[in-house]
Structure formats: structure tokens, C-alpha cells
Design a protein around this ligand. Structure first.
Ligand SMILES: [Zn+2]
Length: 182
């Protein structure tokens, strides 16, 4: 049996008014909102969780941060971007307390997509300021580089498997296995 012992928030980076990075004709906000909602559907009924807005809605960062402070585990999804289209891979940004889970997520995502694992990094390592969500106790997941066509293809080709894998990792994180055998 598994008992949920931690509260969980999943958040889509950016918002309607702040679409984030763009590349290959897509905006970061659109990709991460779709991913958050697919993941929410996967997790619903398995664990209790919250998201930063109803289906199709991405609340501003300030509201996502307020929610993150009230949850034990808070994960926000982004896409990375760089001037060179060859930049590739998965990374997370967090404070020290989020690095263990960040490393697990990096391993899982990079192996499902077959792209490089850039690792669990400290706050402020990425291409734009995201300190607010990290300061609220959250983990930023940079899923892949939106500016890299191969990364984008790897993400899209494996979307369902990625949702299931991130879902499995988050269920593991918020639940404790126990045996009720005497
Ligand atoms: Zn972003």
C-alpha cells in the first residue's frame, strides 16, 4: 500500500501575458501548459494535487509562487532556450533541498527522450530569472531546448511516456510505501 504523505503542486511556467521563450514556431507557455494539464490528468485519482490554474489556464508567476509555498513538493515546467540551435538537454534548477528530486527527474526525462542530462543545478543557472519559484521552495524543470529541433521532436515523439514517467516519479516522491502485514 502507499500513503500520500506530502502535498503536491504542478505548475506551468510563464503565463498568457508572459509567453517565455519561443523557437521552431512554438511558445514555451503553450508547450508547458499542455504538459502540465496532461500530467494533471495522469495524476488525478492517483494522488491529491493542485495546479496553477484550471485546465487551459496558466496563472501568473506570483500566484504560482504563493501556491508553491503552501505545498511540500512544487514543480514548475519550462523549456530552455539558447542562441545556438545545437544546445540540448534536460536540467533542473532548485535550492539544495530540491536537488535530489531534481536529479531523479533529470535522469528520467533524459533517458525517455534520449537527450543529454545537464543535471540538477542551483538557482540562477538558467537563461532567465526564475528565482521567485525556487525561493518559494519549488523546483524548475527545463524539459528540453525549444530552440533545438531535435529536442523538440524527442519531446513530442515521447510525450505520453514523459507524462507517465514524471507522474511515476512524483507519485514516488509524495507517497510512502508501507506494509500492513502483522
Ligand atoms: Zn521559462
Amino acid at each position: 500500500m502507499a500513503l500520500q504523505t506530502k502535498t503536491l503542486l504542478i505548475s506551468a511556467g510563464h503565463s498568457m501575458s508572459d509567453p517565455g521563450a519561443s523557437g521552431n514556431g512554438l511558445s514555451e507557455a503553450d508547450i508547458v501548459l499542455d504538459f502540465r494539464d496532461r500530467l494533471f490528468d495522469y495524476l488525478s485519482g492517483k494522488v491529491v494535487l493542485a495546479r496553477d490554474g484550471k485546465e487551459g489556464q496558466n496563472l501568473p508567476l506570483s500566484q504560482a509562487c504563493e501556491m508553491a509555498k503552501r505545498h511540500d513538493v512544487a514543480v514548475e515546467f519550462h523549456c530552455n532556450a539558447f542562441s545556438s540551435p545545437s544546445a540540448t538537454g534536460v536540467e533542473t534548477l532548485s535550492d539544495v533541498s530540491g536537488k535530489r528530486l531534481g536529479a531523479v527527474l533529470c535522469n528520467s526525462l533524459s533517458s525517455v527522450m534520449g537527450i543529454s542530462n545537464r543535471g540538477a543545478k542551483g538557482e540562477g543557472s538558467g537563461q532567465h530569472s526564475r528565482l521567485a519559484f525556487v525561493r518559494a521552495g519549488g523546483i524548475i524543470v527545463e524539459l528540453f531546448f525549444i530552440t533545438n529541433p531535435d529536442d523538440l521532436r524527442a519531446f513530442r515523439d515521447n510525450l505520453e511516456a514523459l507524462v507517465a514517467e514524471v507522474g511515476r516519479v512524483l507519485i514516488d516522491e509524495v507517497c510512502t510505501e508501507y506494509s500492513d502485514a502483522a
